[in-house]
Ligand binder design. Structure first.
Ligand code: PMP
Length: 427
């Protein structure tokens, strides 16, 4: 049994010693002391179904024994920087990771986070093209360092001292956007921005395939192929941010961009890649990667043996346990159940997403799409009381984000949908 400090004691320490802008999701935050598969346990041993762990990096399930073994076995042998010496862990993982990507995307740079991966991708694109301008989507989240905060496009995540060189185009959001699901119409704004906001040449276009922080917004079909072709004509590179949608989460494909039928020039990843271990990566072509030889590029812990050993174990688990297929089957089933709730409750304005990356948007008026912010918090809190943890997102904070570990079962899906049903029925 757990004998550490209580949740209240931890909260008091957080208030005194930690970042004052730290968030927590609940009125009474859960003190999680253990995780196993798709479950988290609090200080009293109470079990919660974790339907948000995917966003916080877990794809194989909490503390998966194969990943834990890989971490322990490597830790007792060597943990060091991989920059100066040879070590097989980084090379083995780079090879396996490259084999999961299409085309000539074969060169891997390792980082410690998604932010670092996107920072590097943006710099590589600027070096390769000799241009500075970046095009990013409104409602995007790409990180919180200088360049990536510029690319991030939600005011709550931006500080006003960032100089970015980023142009934000109209978001191809099928639910709230003005062109519905017509991706090609939204893409016209990319051409407009190139024509009227730049010299006619750009460094890069960056986007998620499904916006995560932005509230599980699936880009309208046809958008990415049209936008990619405009950006390529303007000499720019296309960057796919797979930090959330990658690693089998969308079920139908291993990478989110694949369902849009495009092949990016640079792919960035983090979160699920290490199942909870700090790890990120940038994958690009040998020709593009070459630009970094103009100077020295160095990242002390990027690709360290412990993290890359974990990464390799994650890829093996995804394959061995058929987690992509599971994400497709269980995710499709859960989406059906959530869609049925939409028919039952006026409060649900939209149900969307793919595989185990699902969103439920709450509105107080379906015509006006008025964000139901308070209701969202209430439902999340009540579901927590019933033992189910879900996340929230979207600019208005009115979208549930359901992104569980990929080992989520049909029974878990039923439990989640039943808990949401019961909570909504009591409102
Ligand atoms: N890109 C996307 C799509 C993300 O969701 C996030 C994190 N929410 C990041 C980049 C940044 O990753 P990190 O927090 O690891 O820096």
């Amino acid at each position: 049994p757990y004998s550490g400090p209580s949740g209240d004691e931890i909260l008091a320490k957080r208030k005194e010693y930690l970042n004052p802008s730290l968030l927590h999701l609940y009125k009474n935050p859960v003190n999680v002391v253990e995780g196993k598969k798709q479950y988290l346990f609090d200080e009293n041993g109470r079990r919660y179904l974790d339907a948000f762990g995917g966003i916080a990096t877990v794809c194989c399930g909490h503390c998966h024994p194969d990943v834990v073994d890989a971490i322990i076995n490597q830790t007792i042998r060597l943990q060091h920087s991989t920059v100066l010496y040879l070590n097989h862990a980084i090379a083995d993982f780079a090879q396996s990771l490259a084999s999961k990507l299409p085309g000539n995307l074969k060169v891997v740079f390792f980082t410690n986070s998604g932010t670092e991966a996107n920072e590097l991708a943006i710099m590589i694109a600027r070096l390769y093209t000799g241009c500075h301008d970046i095009i990013s989507l409104r409602n995007a989240y790409h990180g919180n360092a200088a360049g990536t905060m510029g690319a991030t496009a939600q005011s709550i995540w931006k500080f006003n001292v960032v100089q970015s060189g980023v142009h934000h185009v109209v978001n191809p959001d099928p639910y709230r956007g003005i062109f519905g699901s017509d991706g090609e119409k939204y893409a016209r704004d990319v051409q407009d921005v190139i024509n009227f906001g730049t010299s006619g040449n750009v460094a890069a276009f960056i986007s998620e395939a499904i916006q995560g922080v932005g509230g599980i917004v699936e880009l309208a079909p046809g958008y990415l192929p049209a936008a990619y072709s405009m950006v390529k004509k303007a000499g720019g590179l296309c960057i796919a941010d797979e930090v959330q949608a990658g690693f089998a989460r969308t079920g139908s494909h291993f990478w989110g961009f694949e369902s849009h039928g495009v092949v990016p020039d640079i792919v960035t990843m983090a979160k699920g890649i290490g199942n909870g271990i700090p790890l990120g990566a940038v994958v690009t072509t040998p020709e593009i990667a070459e630009v970094l030889t103009r100077r020295c590029y160095f990242n002390t812990f990027g690709g360290n043996p412990v993290c890359t050993a974990a990464g390799l174990a994650v890829l093996k688990v995804i394959e061995k346990e058929k987690l992509q297929e599971n994400a497709l089957h269980v995710g499709s089933y859960l989406k059906e159940r959530l869609t049925a709730l939409k028919d039952k409750y006026e409060l649900i304005g939209d149900v969307r997403g793919r595989g185990l990356m699902l969103g439920v948007e709450l509105v107080t008026d379906r015509e006006l799409k008025t964000p139901a912010k308070a209701e969202t918090l209430h439902v999340m809190d009540q579901m927590k009381e019933l033992g189910v943890l879900i996340g929230k997102g979207g600019y208005y904070g009115n979208v549930f984000r359901i992104t569980p570990p990929l080992c989520f079962t049909k029974e878990d899906a039923d439990f989640l949908a039943d808990a949401m049903d019961l909570t909504l029925s009591r409102m």
